[in-house]
Design a protein. Structure first.
Length: 231
């Protein structure tokens, strides 16, 4: 379900106007920018179409929404198109929102509904998609809620990783996200293998203050999908 030409052009125009001509937050929608304080103070500017305000919400929610939609569809391209459509709808309804939480709720609800609608009209072969199509409404909503919770967890853990001291963060990503061996990391960073091990251990210890081993294991399994989405 690729974006039609008119919708794609509209999304491109909105993002170019808000995200590149007025890059007050970040030029790329990366999770490292998710620490932005989306306070109620942004709402008046958002309602008036202020580019920097819209960009703040785009940066905050784009990649988690893409991850969420991909988990439902198992199709990154379709997921990204659905999320882009959600942001176009958000732009047109911007005057209706009076709180950051209502914006987040709208984006997730719109994305969820679009994903389910896509699955209803798709001849499915994938097991997960087939399961989603034939579950009754209550069970399907429960499954979608589980995916939303997982998305929130992935985003929270990534925020915590981004808050690690630079070297610990760098080593952690190279070990768990890039799959590099300790000696490869040591060579790339110009440090000893022992120092790499120290950074790795301290990073894990710091994360375990906030998350359980089970939660971290889920991140190692699913988090790469979130990081791998196109920027």
């Amino acid at each position: 379900m690729p974006l039609n030409g008119k919708l794609f052009a509209e999304f491109s125009h909105i993002i170019y106007y808000c995200h590149y001509l007025h890059p007050n937050v970040s030029r790329k929608p990366s999770l490292s920018a998710m620490s932005i304080d989306l306070s109620e103070d942004l709402i008046p500017a958002f309602q008036q179409g202020e580019p920097s305000a819209f960009n703040a919400f785009f940066v905050e929610h784009y990649k988690p929404l893409c991850f969420f939609a991909t988990q439902l569809l198992a199709n990154t391209g379709e997921a990204e198109d659905i999320v882009k459509d959600a942001f176009v709808k958000l732009w047109h309804k911007k005057a209706d929102f009076d709180h950051p939480k209502s914006i987040k709720s709208f984006l997730y609800t719109t994305t969820r509904n679009a994903c389910l609608n896509y699955l209803r009209h798709l001849k499915v072969h994938d097991h997960f998609q087939a399961e989603m199509q034939y579950l009754d409404e209550n069970k399907r909503d429960e499954l979608v809620l589980q995916q939303m919770i997982r998305t929130e967890l992935m985003a929270s853990i990534y925020k915590a990783i981004e808050a690690l001291p630079e070297k610990r963060q760098q080593v952690f990503k190279m070990v768990y996200m890039e799959g590099l061996k300790l000696d490869e990391i040591a060579e790339k960073l110009g440090i000893s293998v022992f120092t790499v091990k120290e950074h790795k251990a301290k990073a894990l210890a710091q994360l375990r203050l906030q998350f359980t081993d089970t939660q971290l294991a889920l991140f190692f399994i699913f988090g790469a999908s979130l990081l791998g989405l196109k920027k």
